[in-house]
Design a protein around this ligand. Structure first.
Ligand SMILES: [Zn+2]
Length: 299
């Protein structure tokens, strides 16, 4: 079955868990600005092992370690040839994902700057040009879907979506949202979720989602997304466990163990989400708990 057919299926689709924060948890160095891309250079076997563990746990879609395989991040790190190295590391990331044996591979495209700092988003021409570079490298390496994720502004989400759509691949776009339970949920930029959903539907997305938002509050922006989307495309929910870290990117915590995560995900599915997985701080055990939730008869 191709991924477009699977997305049209009513059965919930299971993505994998975290890659970057899991490298940190396993003791692999993930210094910023390269984060998981540093491990593509120095510890590719650890990335392969995490992908493998996610597939064994039941993930149908494996997400590439391409969050920071950008010319921009490599230039910041001092790479002598950022364009060539971005292409080489992106290709290696896709090969490592494919080696895990999952049915489908999602090529991750993240904000060019900090995921949680909307004020740092570059100008539109830069966004289109630089997201276009990574989207083409991912398409050339053979991914099944482009996953524009952890978007904190509508402007960057639309620019990245246009760059991704130019490849002809199916596209999913996911937003990181506020977690203040006393105020209406918004993108981190303050823009309404419904406005973001409408704008991205007009760009021809195959799916939309909310990700890297704390598990206890993710249902709030998800509700706004589902209402705005009105079942025109499937919606995804994959939350985080832990908090950001200025040096290594993420600090994992035990705040939301696998059973509790699966309980929350059951709520997201009851709301109408059709795609679930795990963002920063989740493990293969979280994926296994989701798999048991989605396919209890397999256990
Ligand atoms: Zn995350």
């Amino acid at each position: 079955m191709d991924l477009r057919s699977r997305l049209a299926d009513r059965r919930p689709l299971l993505f994998d868990g975290a890659l970057g924060s899991e490298l940190t948890r396993r003791g692999i160095q993930t210094p910023l600005p390269l984060w998981s891309a540093a491990a593509l250079r120095d510890a590719p076997a650890a990335i392969a092992a995490i992908h493998h563990d996610h597939v064994v746990a039941g993930a149908e879609v494996v997400t590439t370690a391409t969050f920071r395989t950008t010319r921009r991040a490599l230039a910041k790190s001092g790479s002598p040839d950022p364009a060539a190295e971005a292409r080489r590391l992106t290709s290696r990331a896709v090969d490592l994902a494919r080696s895990a044996g999952s049915p489908w591979i999602a090529g991750s495209i993240a904000p060019l700057e900090d995921c949680y700092e909307p004020a740092l988003v570059p100008d539109d021409a830069t966004l289109v040009r630089e997201h276009g570079w990574l989207a083409r490298d991912l398409a050339d390496a053979g991914v099944d879907l482009l996953l524009v994720e952890t978007m904190n502004t509508l402007r960057e989400a639309v620019a990245a979506a246009r760059a991704a759509r130019a490849t002809g691949l199916p596209l999913m776009v996911s937003f990181v949202c506020t977690s203040d339970a006393t105020a209406p949920p918004r993108l981190l930029s303050g823009e309404p979720v419904a406005a973001a959903a409408r704008a991205l539907l007009a760009e021809g997305v195959a799916a939309l989602g909310i990700n890297c938002t704390p598990v206890p509050t993710l249902h709030r922006p998800l509700a706004e997304l589902l209402q705005a989307v009105a079942a025109r495309v499937p919606c995804a929910a994959y939350g985080n466990v832990g908090h950001t870290d200025a040096i290594q990117g993420w600090t994992c915590t035990t705040d939301c163990p696998p059973a509790a995560y699966a309980h929350a995900a059951a709520g997201w599915i009851a709301q109408g989400a059709r795609i679930v997985g795990g963002c920063c701080g989740t493990t293969a055990d979280h994926v296994a708990a989701l798999a048991a939730l989605l396919r209890p008869t397999d256990a």
